[in-house]
Design a protein around this ligand. Structure first.
Ligand code: SF4
Length: 453
């Protein structure tokens, strides 16, 4: 049985794609193998930042250096955005864009002499005549605007994942000035609600207790379906029609965070009180330049509504440091808004221009040392907010799900509000514990009160 080794970069959506690719590879007789036994390497890339691109290139070079005879297939968002760049790397046999990921297993199982339908040899892309050897790696990049499918292959449970991720929505219809995602994932499309319910129930039957629902623009779930179905309605069906013990949502855009949706969270202890709401900037001027649809005060009102209805909820945000034209006053507006709102964590991204986006064509680049300093200031503020949230949670009794991480004599367990507590001793993963939380300085300690398997 041929063995493959897969390396994944990027977000939960990319990992969910990887799970679907692996499922199809298994159906065609491939088995996952350790790096030293594999003769096929699948590199599933991310292109959200320049450093994500660079990590993917490094991985490909390292695989080829260590295993010069192995075949390498590169897929994912970087492959969709810049296939020729990847095809030039030594050892790369195929570059397959997101539009053709469902065909990967077939491509590697029965490689046609010229790849097969739709494949373009690299030399032909560069203007070489058909048959003018050497053809080099083959590139298969389809038209994403024609894509209607959402690849389904939930991650886990099992392997290294306790909490499976189910991707229920793909692509995005927006055009935020800095974002390359719509160019590499196409327009928004959703998995039908009955399919979502069936997939969750299948995961529960396989042992999952928490399922994470993810999407590229999750809040736009269901707008493409006939009949339409909102995310709020879908959550209602998931709670009524499945037996999943806890469901968690990945990132939601602020304008999709309606009062009804917040009430839906508040009404069920089976929905994790965890909201990840990208902010990007606290400056209205920059939000307009980024083509974001809200302004600082709209955003703040939604966050305050969450805090009012679910006082212990985890609230996280993404923020960009150094978007073109960002002045010191813009940066201070972001610091002030973040300081004022009850965030429990923050993801800080240093701006890097992504080819093909509007922001890459803007002038007024912020100098790198300034971006680094602003990023450090945001990180420091994020650490303060996280520490304050942990301190507020100390003394609370809450339920947590044990994870697979065991180190320094303690097992990690994840609370509904996205805190990782260190529980003394070794505990099997995927088990509910009722914990009393204590602030251990660097992190939380969970003292078990009861457990139920
Ligand atoms: S909403 Fe904006 S940031 Fe999010 S995926 Fe779409 S274009 Fe990118």
């Amino acid at each position: 049985m041929p063995g493959y080794y897969m390396e994944n970069f990027g977000c939960r959506a990319t990992q969910a794609d990887a799970a679907a690719i692996e499922q199809r590879l298994a159906e065609l007789g491939f088995r996952p193998a350790g790096e030293s036994e594999a003769d096929l390497f699948v590199v599933n890339t991310c292109t959200v930042t320049a450093s994500a691109d660079s990590r993917a290139r490094q991985a490909i070079r390292a695989f080829h250096r260590r295993h010069p005879g192995a075949r390498i297939l590169v897929t994912g968002c970087y492959a969709q955005r810049a296939p020729e760049e990847l095809a030039e790397l030594a050892g790369v046999r195929w570059v397959v864009g997101n539009a053709h990921q469902s065909e990967i297993a077939q491509i590697v199982a029965t490689p046609a002499p010229n790849g097969g339908d739709g494949f373009v040899p690299l030399n032909r892309l560069r203007g070489g005549a058909a048959g003018s050897a050497p053809a080099g790696p083959e590139i298969l990049i389809g038209n994403l605007s024609e894509q209607r499918e959402v690849l389904v292959g939930p991650i886990g449970p099992g392997g290294s994942h306790t909490r499976p991720t189910l991707k229920i929505q793909e692509g995005c219809n927006h055009r935020c000035a800095y974002c390359v995602i719509p160019l590499v994932r196409g327009s928004s499309r959703s998995l039908a609600p009955e399919r979502v319910v069936a997939e969750i129930q299948r995961l529960v039957q396989a042992g999952a207790r928490e399922v994470v629902l993810s999407g590229i623009n999750l809040g736009s779930y269901g707008r493409d379906l006939l009949p339409r179905c909102s995310l709020d309605e879908l959550l209602g069906r998931v709670i009524e029609q499945t037996t999943v013990e806890r469901v968690r949502l990945s990132s939601l855009e602020p304008m999709h965070l309606t009062a009804d949706l917040i009430d839906r969270f508040a009404a069920s202890n089976r929905i994790a009180p965890h909201f990840h709401i990208p902010l990007q900037s606290g400056s209205d001027r920059l939000l307009a330049a980024m083509h974001r649809w809200y302004r600082g005060e709209h955003y703040a009102r939604r966050i305050e509504l969450i805090a009012e209805r679910l006082p212990d909820a985890a609230i996280g945000a993404d923020v960009i440091a150094g978007f073109p034209g960002e002045s010191e006053a813009d940066h201070c507006a972001t610091l002030e808004l973040v300081a004022r709102l009850p965030f429990s964590y923050l993801h800080v991204f240093s701006f890097s221009p992504r080819p093909g986006t509007e922001a890459a064509r803007l002038g007024e680049a912020v100098p790198q040392p300034v971006i680094r300093r602003r990023s450090r200031e945001l990180h420091a503020l994020a650490a303060e907010k996280a520490a304050a949230f942990r301190a507020r949670q100390a003394g609370r009794v809450t339920r947590a799900l044990t994870l697979q991480t065991f180190r320094d004599g303690a097992t990690d367990a994840l609370t509904g509000n996205y805190l990782t507590a260190r529980v003394p001793g070794r505990w099997p993963s995927n088990q509910w514990l009722t914990l009393r939380l204590q602030d251990g300085g660097e992190g939380l300690i969970g003292e078990p009160i009861t457990s139920r398997g």
